[in-house]
Design a protein around this ligand. Structure first.
Ligand code: CTP
Ligand code: CA
Length: 222
């Protein structure tokens, strides 16, 4: 009976989540993208909604179905993603940045399809805005959760990323383990140290992450 009346972990909280890959246009038919299925971000959106949160999911290209109860906004490029995220930051309590954002966009985009010839084609790439870093260093930022996808030196690179972006919580995983898979294995990094979540379905990892966030958030808020 008692459990029945227990309020949900994120009841009434507004959660903004980015997920999936971004896509940077080269020409009318080509582009540069990151490998990302969107599964982890969508699982987190679902877990947050189950925990009573109001969830807005900003998604790059993925065929995944929108989790029940979530508002979904589709985007292509990193700059599109930033344009959707930026005005919504003031109205959210938590920002969870799961998207595999392309680090560069193509400067010399072509309106028409580039025709091949025998010469070397050079693409000029310019750095994209760091969406998470800009949200985390805003005045009155929401509680920000970052992801670090690394192929080596997970602990060292993860902790450095958390410091650099000033995040209360970072989720580090190895790309070899996570990419496209239904399972994941992550390390949560926060001010108390590192917590390993052993290999499990992404939905289980998502629910445990939401539990961890719900414990940290009230302390962080004070
Ligand atoms: N991120 C972002 N905007 C970017 C790049 C990254 O919001 N332009 C976010 C990701 O969603 C993730 C975190 O920042 O939550 C870390 O992304 P990652 O690619 O691992 O780190 P980078 O800071 O881009 O550094 P690098 O790719 O060189 O490791
Ligand atoms: Ca990156």
């Amino acid at each position: 009976v008692e459990a029945f009346f227990q309020p949900k972990l994120l009841a009434g909280k507004r959660v903004l989540i980015t997920a999936g890959p971004t896509f940077e246009r080269i020409d009318a038919v080509r582009g540069i993208t990151n490998t990302s299925s969107g599964k982890m971000g969508f699982a987190i959106a679902r877990a947050a909604a189950e925990a009573g949160a109001m969830v807005t999911l900003v998604a790059g290209d993925t065929p995944l179905a929108t989790p029940r109860g979530c508002e979904r906004i589709n985007v292509k490029s990193a700059q599109d993603m930033l344009a959707v995220v930026e005005p919504r930051v003031v109205a959210c309590d938590l920002f969870i940045s799961v998207a595999a954002v392309a680090d560069y966009y193509v400067l010399n985009q072509s309106e028409h399809k580039i025709k091949k010839d025998a010469h070397i084609l050079t693409l000029e790439l310019a750095p994209n805005p760091d969406i998470l870093a800009s949200v985390a260093c805003a005045a009155n930022p929401p509680f920000c959760v970052g992801f670090a996808a690394e192929s080596e030196n997970l602990l060292e690179y993860g902790e450095a990323k958390r410091k650099r972006k000033q995040l209360p919580l970072l989720v580090a995983n190895l790309v070899q383990t996570a990419m496209g898979a239904d399972d994941n294995e992550v390390i949560l990094m926060d001010d108390d140290g590192q917590h390993r979540l052993p290999r499990a379905p992404k939905m289980d990892i998502a629910r445990r992450l939401i539990g961890h966030i719900a414990r940290l958030y009230p302390r962080w808020q004070q």
